[in-house]
Design a binder for this molecule. Structure first.
Ligand SMILES: C[S@@+](CC[C@H](N)C(=O)[O-])C[C@H]1O[C@@H](n2cnc3c(N)ncnc32)[C@H](O)[C@@H]1O
Length: 188
């Protein structure tokens, strides 16, 4: 049976990279506890790179940000923005499909994962968390964020349960304005 899926349209992608968003959700402030220079980062659902570009600046020339999205137009725009901001060599955009994140060869490589405003768009969350956990190093952190208005508590708790059963320890809740957010730790 096919599951109906709602995916963020490209025009919303433009809104999500608006500088106004920074007033509420400053990427550097949110991500500072997790990113050191030279680390390898995975971002699922990067869209046009609201978080990806600051993360690339934070990890620097010796690091990498793997940006995965199912929409080619989002990634094309991300690549253009990365070039303009001087971080093209640090960001690697990857087109996923609905069955795979296309990250198989990253197994055990990732130091930090960002799942921002994306998990609720993915019908098979068991597969998602399993694939992400596989790509991560032992004890690496994934920051999982969802919009509070859009993702109700019951749905959020169910996603956390799925994460816990598929490769993660639920570490602690984190404060991100307008959002529900949790630190997950790759289980072994
Ligand atoms: C609401 S946007 C969030 C963008 C970004 N994380 C942010 O916070 O600004 C969600 C993005 O996830 C992508 N997406 C949806 N399903 C996906 C999947 N199965 N794999 C990878 N990306 C997906 C969409 O194409 C869209 O670009």
């Amino acid at each position: 049976m096919e599951t109906k899926q709602h995916i963020c349209p490209v025009w919303v992608g433009y809104l999500m990279t608006s500088p106004l968003r920074k007033l509420q959700q400053n990427p550097k402030k949110i991500l500072a506890p997790y990113i050191n220079q030279g680390i390898k980062i995975l971002e699922v659902g990067s869209a046009m790179g609201y978080f990806s570009i600051p993360m690339a600046k934070m990890t620097g020339q010796n690091g990498k940000v793997y940006c995965v999205d199912v929409q080619e137009n989002m990634l094309k725009k991300l690549d253009k923005r990365a070039k303009r901001k001087g971080v093209k060599e640090i960001i690697e955009s990857r087109l996923a499909n609905h069955n795979s994140l296309n990250i198989k060869e990253l197994t055990g490589e990732i130091d930090f994962t960002l799942l921002a405003y994306v998990v609720h768009e993915i019908p098979d969350q068991k597969k998602l968390f399993t694939e992400v956990a596989k790509a991560m190093k032992k004890n690496a952190i994934a920051l999982y964020i969802e919009p509070k208005m859009h993702v109700k508590e019951k749905v959020w708790l169910e996603s956390l349960r799925i994460a816990r059963e598929n490769g993660f320890i639920l570490c602690k809740s984190v404060s991100v304005p307008g959002s529900r957010a949790f630190e997950l730790v790759k289980n072994v």
